[in-house]
Design a binder for this molecule. Structure first.
Ligand code: WTA
Length: 647
């Protein structure tokens, strides 16, 4: 083994998959993927009509397609609910923990089934048919899961939009998928503060380009004041109370769309990542069970928001496919105080806990006391997701939160991959702090150089995946050509992740971060291009360039260089205004940490902005800027350095 610190699988850890099983199953899954996945799909899913063919895919330009179990039929909500009723109908499916610590709720599988059925029928009554798109813009309340499953039940395609996005960002996402229905709440509550979700929906729908929405269904979360459009707006409580509780699930083809989830790329507008039914559910369920070593009856908690893919796969679909008890938390880690996570773990006797490095780093800053005053004895497995976890945060998570007893699964994956691809299994993988370790079954990572040549052994390169796996995205909604260009054009016949990685001599992967212009700020994925277009939409801005820089808490921070329009003068007031502008254009998560007024940006003679230089200056590491001789005006660089903000 290599020089890094190693944490072996705890001797007493009796896991579903041990080392020998991992090696054997992994080898089987690569030798004959169709046999492997065929067996998993028959065991784990309940089919209406069984499939006869397992995989059928090609990554070639003229023939790009990805299909799994293509002639089988099933229903995802049936698999997540009805299937469990006989044995586990009274078991808790969702533990909802409200923002207010005195507010929590247990919903059994039987109750969840009824809620989903009622909403499914209510949607059908509103004319929603198989294949129609429904946009969900909801707080972290049980109705979010109910709405996702109700769509799945009647064959509608949900598109969840994170509740922190602005009316403009919401409008973009509604327009792109031509949603006919929006489901929202009057307000959401986080950390004691209210967010006006319904008012945001009203603003989004007031935009002329939004033409497809017929109905807005509103959950009453706070009872706060909202505007009402008669004929368009409906109370969730009313339409579900009057709906029938018997809702026969729609028979869906394995490859019928389940959901669209928008994510940021390096260029242009957000992409509608499309996932389909059987492969996605199989992959989410199987990874949830094996990565968290989930056992029937255990309580599992993922702190993500349902607005992101982690919430889709590991709060809703994966756990419910496994008849698990899944915790859904409305609040934030710091409210009412910084012990909240650990209090919740004790309150609900949580066995596995899955969160993001940014939360761990923030809590670590407050010291051990807020953790230690809680017992945490119920914990068995800890998880990390969304960005690289620095070894220092890993060690704190392991020793302080997990008392040195609980394996940490550092799971690397993406919206596009549907579920975890490179990840430890708690009983099978010796851990190295900061490494996502080794591939899940059926997953074949590889490293390539800039020409696409595969690199072997211990090496560093672009992370690609050879072959397909059932959870892989199928297309970008409405733009199959962009799907090819984004993921399959850079390197031939493999899926390019956009990430760089190092592989060590033990075959462990260490993700080194994005190789494109995508930022990862507190685990939130954002395109620099989106922030730039928000900035140039401001009347005072002529040009903008956005880069990331290392940030102690957030992982990456946002640094914007702004060139003002002729006649506009830099001022502190304008700085504040631009910052606020980005917040309202995209949402609070996109607010720049630094904005620097830049009379000129470094460009090549052909007019291309040299981001490499901007990144170095933003990192306050301008000593070695590399070759600047190709710049049109080398002088601008010194000016940028003089006025740098991140000192
Ligand atoms: C990054 C979130 C290092 C990576 C599930 C990826 C990670 C992007 C990890 C996807 C990890 C996610 N270690 N980096 N364990 N997990 N990433 O689509 O850069 O929001 O490409 O999916 O997050 O972000 P997304």
């Amino acid at each position: 083994m290599s020089e890094e610190k190693i944490y072996p699988v705890p001797a007493q850890f009796d896991a579903l998959i041990d080392k020998q099983q991992y090696e054997k199953m992994y080898a089987d899954s690569i030798r004959d993927p169709d046999a492997f996945w065929g067996e998993q799909a028959r065991q784990r899913l309940d089919w209406i009509k069984p499939f006869s063919k397992v995989s059928n895919y090609s990554f070639a330009k003229d023939d790009l397609h990805i299909r799994w179990f293509e002639d089988g039929t099933l229903n995802v909500s049936y698999n997540c609910l009805d299937l469990h009723l006989e044995e586990r109908g009274d078991q808790t499916a969702i533990i909802w923990e409200g923002d207010d610590p005195d507010n929590s709720l247990h919903i059994s599988y039987r109750e969840l089934h009824e809620k989903v059925s009622r909403l499914g029928n209510a949607l059908r009554e509103q004319g929603v048919k198989k294949g129609d798109r429904v946009t969900l813009y909801l707080p972290m309340i049980p109705e979010a899961a109910v709405a996702m499953l109700a769509c799945a039940r009647i064959g509608a395609v949900h598109s969840v939009v994170f509740g922190g996005f602005s009316p403009g960002a919401l409008a973009d996402r509604i327009v792109d998928c031509e949603a006919s229905i929006v489901i929202t709440a009057d307000q959401s509550v986080r950390g004691g503060k209210k967010v006006p979700l319904k008012a945001n929906v009203d603003k989004a729908l007031a935009q002329e380009r939004v033409t497809t929405v017929e109905k807005v269904i509103v959950v009453k979360r706070t009872g706060g004041d909202i505007e009402w459009t008669d004929g368009r707006d409906l109370w969730y409580e009313e339409i579900t109370a009057s709906a029938d509780s018997d809702c026969p699930p729609e028979e869906m083809n394995a490859e019928d769309p389940l959901f669209i989830l928008y994510t940021s790329g390096s260029t242009g507008k957000p992409k509608g990542v499309l996932h389909t039914s059987a492969g996605y559910l199989l992959y989410a369920g199987m990874t949830h069970e094996l990565v968290f070593d989930y056992r029937p009856g255990e309580v599992y908690w993922c702190t993500a928001d349902v607005g992101w893919v982690t919430g889709h796969s590991y709060i809703v679909y994966g756990p419910l496919a496994n008849a698990a008890t899944t915790v859904m938390f409305e609040g934030v880690p710091s409210y009412p105080d910084n012990s909240r996570f650990w209090e919740i773990i004790d309150k609900h006797q949580v066995n596995s806990f899955y969160t993001a490095p940014t939360a761990i780093r923030a809590l670590m800053r407050d010291g051990d006391e807020p953790v230690k005053k809680c017992s945490r004895k119920s914990l068995r497995v800890l998880g990390s997701v969304g960005e690289p976890i620095n070894p220092q945060a890993w060690e704190w998570y392991y020793h302080v939160v997990g008392d040195g007893r609980c394996p940490i699964v550092d799971t690397w994956w993406q919206t596009e991959t549907g579920g975890t691809l490179i990840t430890p299994l708690p009983g099978a993988t010796d851990l190295k702090p900061g490494s996502a370790t080794r591939p899940f079954f059926g997953v074949q990572p590889a490293l390539v150089d800039t020409d696409g040549n595969e690199l072997d052994g211990a090496n560093n390169g672009a992370l690609v995946l050879k072959g397909s796996w059932p959870g892989q995205m199928r297309t970008i909604f409405g733009d199959h050509e962009r799907f090819f260009q984004t993921y399959f054009a850079t390197f031939e016949n493999v899926y390019f992740t956009g990430d760089g990685a190092r592989r060590d001599e033990d075959g462990y992967y260490w993700i080194t971060g994005r190789m494109d212009d995508v930022l990862n700020v507190s685990g939130h994925r954002m395109g620099t291009a989106e922030i730039e277009s928000a900035l140039v939409a401001h009347p005072s801005v002529a040009e903008a360039a956005v880069v990331g820089f290392p940030h102690d808490l957030k992982g990456q921070g946002i640094y914007a260089y702004v060139t003002l329009s002729a006649g506009k003068e830099p001022s502190d007031a304008l700085l504040g205004e631009l910052s606020q502008w980005v917040r309202t254009e995209i949402g609070p998560i996109a607010k720049p940490d630094f904005i620097q007024f830049a009379p000129g940006l470094p460009k090549t003679r052909s007019g291309k902005i040299m981001r490499r230089i901007l990144r170095k200056i933003a990192e306050n590491d301008y000593g070695n800027l590399g070759d600047t001789s190709t710049l049109a005006e080398p002088g601008v660089v010194n000016d940028l350095i003089d006025r740098r903000m991140n000192r």
